[in-house]
Design a protein around this ligand. Structure first.
Ligand SMILES: *Cc1c(COP(=O)(O)O)cnc(C)c1O
Length: 393
């Protein structure tokens, strides 16, 4: 029996009819950028998260970069984040010219440890960027309280936690801006690259809309006026947001990006969003089976706080003998993944930041022990049993 870490074909088969119909409709409409599906998906996604504005973009990394830029973060600034994450989190900070400052993680939740944040705050600190790693939320109450006390922005990286909750509220509804990735293997994924930024601030939303499309048009004017504190007249556009028909498209007000989600991806994501809660529940059910039936003393299972609804973007185990465990699973046809083998502060590219081994011991300890086993909504009982039996062996 061969079992992949995530089987995207099975998910597609389960929505094939609906998805094919809507995608073909986009093709036939010949409207590929900033059309109906984008406007509708942004509205539907904002409603799902419970937030005023959702602004789609090209991918989850761009979402982080645009979020930082919209908050005016760059050269000379510091942003506090976790070392135990995908590189894009730290990379986005560096990309703006700001410096990532890493704070160690909790050994149980794998998320940034709020009790270690304040000692890293100084005059240059502008924001805290928590990541809800593997699908479980960071301790947002504590993080928001620290941010408020020190007048810092919070950017939530929700790339792995679409639909997760903290104290009954959706991940992504806490920060000044929160970002999502629709990379195909994410728990809400499209058929290529895609991303989303959400915010309750209408002013920040305007800046994000301007930044994703060359700082042009009506959004560009509004963003320019907001950033420069100008109470100016806005020339209204006809024909919607930055479309090919837009007469103001060639009037630029900010240095922005070309980072848009396209109509084909939005059409697919609209179909998938309707299934997301069901898929997340299915993941949690599979995790419950793993939790109940994996009994080996050598394996440490996920630890879930009562405050959190974990959506198990990945199901992570720890083993003191990871190389052997992984090799045996692979020989039984079971795929595994190592998330993440090198914490950010020990990456080659960050040598210049001056960290050394031992500085963030929890992240380093986990990097040597954690691994993922298959997790997706369509796993069968037979496959789940095969995985559990192999682990028990
Ligand atoms: C996937 C991911 C990103 C980046 O998303 P892309 O869409 O691949 O650019 C950022 N942060 C985290 C934690 C991720 O897992």
């Amino acid at each position: 029996m061969k079992i992949q870490l995530i089987d995207l074909k099975r998910q597609y088969e389960s929505i094939r009819e609906e998805a094919d119909k809507d995608i073909l409709e986009v093709l036939h409409s010949a409207r590929y950028i900033m059309g109906e599906n984008i406007l509708s998906f942004e509205k539907e996604f904002a409603d799902y998260i419970g937030i005023r504005n959702a602004i789609s973009c090209g991918n989850g990394t761009d979402a982080l970069v645009l979020a930082l830029e919209a908050l005016g973060i760059g050269e000379g600034d510091e942003v506090i984040t976790t070392p135990f994450t995908f590189f894009a989190t730290a990379e986005s900070i560096s990309y703006t010219g700001a410096k990532p400052v890493f704070v160690d993680v909790e050994l149980d939740s794998y998320n940034i440890d709020p009790s270690k944040i304040e000692e890293k705050i100084n005059d240059k600190t502008k924001a805290i960027m928590p990541v809800h790693i593997f699908g479980q939320c960071a301790k947002m109450d504590q993080i928001m309280a620290i941010a408020k006390k020190h007048d810092l922005f919070v950017i939530e990286d929700v790339a792995q936690a679409a639909g997760a909750e903290y104290k009954g509220k959706k991940a992504g509804s806490f920060g000044d801006i929160s970002t999502f990735s629709f990379f195909p293997t994410k728990n809400l994924g499209c058929a290529g690259d895609g991303g989303m930024m959400v915010t309750n601030s209408d002013d920040i939303a305007v800046v994000l809309r301007a930044l994703r499309a060359h700082g042009s048009g009506e959004n560009g004017q509004r963003a320019y006026n907001f950033l420069n504190r100008i109470e100016g007249e806005i020339e209204e556009e006809k024909g919607g947001d930055n479309t090919v028909y837009n007469p103001l498209k060639y009037y630029n007000y900010l240095i922005g990006h070309n980072s848009r989600l396209d109509e084909l991806q939005a059409a697919l994501l609209r179909v998938k969003l309707k299934h997301l809660d069901k898929w997340n529940e299915k993941r949690a059910e599979i995790a419950a089976k793993y939790n109940e039936r994996i009994l080996s003393k050598d394996l440490i299972k996920p630890s879930v706080s009562d405050d959190c609804k974990h959506i198990y973007h990945l199901y992570i185990l720890q083993s003191s003998n990871r190389a052997d465990t992984v090799e045996k699973l692979n020989s039984e046809g079971i795929a595994t993944g190592i998330y993440y083998p090198i914490p950010m502060h020990l990456q080659k590219v960050y040598e210049e930041l001056g960290y050394s081994r031992g500085d963030l011991p929890n992240a380093e300890y986990l990097a040597d022990r954690t691994f993922a086993i298959p997790m997706f909504a369509e796993l069968t009982d037979e496959e789940i049993s095969h995985i559990i039996n192999a682990l028990e062996k």
